[in-house]
Ligand binder design. Structure first.
Ligand SMILES: NC(=O)c1ccc[n+]([C@@H]2O[C@H](COP(=O)([O-])OP(=O)(O)OC[C@H]3O[C@@H](n4cnc5c(N)ncnc54)[C@H](O)[C@@H]3O)[C@@H](O)[C@H]2O)c1
Ligand SMILES: [Zn+2]
Length: 365
């Protein structure tokens, strides 16, 4: 078992614990949070099948009165309706402001549960136990929690830092490969923005990822956690530098939106979004090292899309991009690559977008 510490100014610091078969050790740490002996575990029907009972058994054996909350699987349930269905159960069980609220699952469960933990009685100690690569390397770190509304994804939410993050990479044994690929793209993004050697480590070990090699997966999660946590520590509330984590995302969100949120998986859209950012940076003369081929080869290994439909015009893409909640009023700030491990924030006035985004046609098919 290994530990990384996150040091934040706004709230207390917390530990990210990483290892395999670490349930007992984690429950020991939850005990030491010195909350109440009442706790809740939120998961979904899929994850519950393998991982809920061992956790609940361990919690109960250590004296926790444990409320089990199991919701259906899917992004469609990351809503206020689902949250609303949970609050009455917390009240009925008598959870107070010191009761640990544990989320066991992917990013959907972490975001939804984090939102409930942030809002029930103005905040419960929140423990994240991510079970997807994406949630381990991305969603469980940084304190962003929230739900989707008809107006869009993640538009209602909060910053609620966890009290503890417990990452058991052994849970990745059951993760479907398409989901693994989704998370690997976010890890690749960490390499692209902050660590060239890490990017190469990921692209060179395709077979290990496909074989779910837990030693290598643990190395990957360790490095990504470290990169993301350092960026978050420097800019907890996303007022500046943290925006580099959006590399591939302004384009990716546009692809997701135009694809009706069903054509592309999130990681797939981000992979395509990084290719888009590379094309735009190349066109602007910003790109000193072009790693498009390595990225394309990696995405292809996992059957991820390398193109978007030619019917989507540059104007369609621009309209979708400026809808993104991270835009500024007069210009769109793009995260553009310079070389492996380095990106820049580049504000582009709206009027100049058509010209600078023209190179995206190279990804249309
Ligand atoms: N808060 C943040 O900073 C942040 C960052 C990135 C993404 N997100 C959010 O995360 C969500 C996506 O997360 P995700 O990709 O983990 O999706 P997810 O939570 O839907 O999980 C993907 C699928 O894998 C299943 N699953 C989870 N763990 C498993 C396991 N160990 N074995 C077998 N199956 C398992 C789930 O049931 C689900 O069907 C989105 O809602 C996104 O908005 C949040
Ligand atoms: Zn993402």
């Amino acid at each position: 078992m290994e530990i990384q510490k996150v040091a934040l100014r706004r709230e207390y610091s917390y530990e990210i614990v990483l290892g395999r078969e670490i349930t007992a050790a984690l429950v020991g740490k939850i005990l030491r949070l010195r909350g109440s002996r009442q706790c809740a575990v939120l998961t979904n029907e899929t994850v519950a099948r393998w991982y809920l009972q061992p956790l609940v058994a361990e919690l109960r054996s250590r004296g926790f009165d444990t409320l089990e909350l199991v919701v259906p699987d899917g992004e469609a349930y990351k809503t206020l309706d689902t949250a609303n269905s949970l609050y009455p159960r917390l009240f009925a069980a008598g959870l107070d402001r010191r009761s640990p609220f544990i989320t066991l699952g992917g990013g959907v469960i972490g975001d939804l549960g984090g939102f409930v933990a942030a809002t029930y009685k103005r905040g419960l100690p929140f423990v994240q136990m991510p079970t997807t690569v994406l949630a381990m390397v991305d969603a469980s770190i940084g304190g962003k929690v929230g739900v989707n509304t008809p107006e869009g994804k993640n538009l209602v939410g909060a910053f609620h830092q966890p009290a503890l993050v417990g990452i058991d990479v052994a849970t990745l044994r059951t993760l479907p490969q398409a989901q693994t690929a989704n998370g690997l793209v976010e890890a690749l993004k960490h390499g692209a923005i902050a660590d060239a050697a890490y990017f190469k480590f990921i692209t060179k070990n395709v077979e290990a990822w496909k074989a779910r090699n837990l030693d290598l997966l643990q190395r990957l999660v360790r490095r990504s956690v470290h990169i993301k946590k350092e960026i978050v520590e420097a800019d907890e509330l996303e007022q500046g530098t943290r925006a580099i984590l959006n590399f591939g995302h302004t384009f990716g969100h546009a692809f997701e939106l135009l694809g009706g949120y069903s054509r592309y998986q999130h990681g797939e859209a981000v992979g395509l979004g990084m290719l888009a950012a590379l094309a735009v940076a190349r066109g602007m003369g910003l790109l000193k090292e072009d790693y498009s081929d390595a990225l394309r080869a990696f995405l292809q290994e996992f059957g991820l899309s390398l193109t978007f439909p030619a019917a989507w015009t540059t104007d369609d893409l621009i309209a979708a991009m400026v809808q993104d909640k991270k835009r500024r009023a007069e210009a769109l700030v793009l995260v553009l690559p310079v070389m492996l491990g380095k990106v820049e924030l580049v504000p582009i006035p709206f009027a100049e977008l058509p010209r600078h985004l023209a190179p995206l046609r190279s990804l249309a098919a």
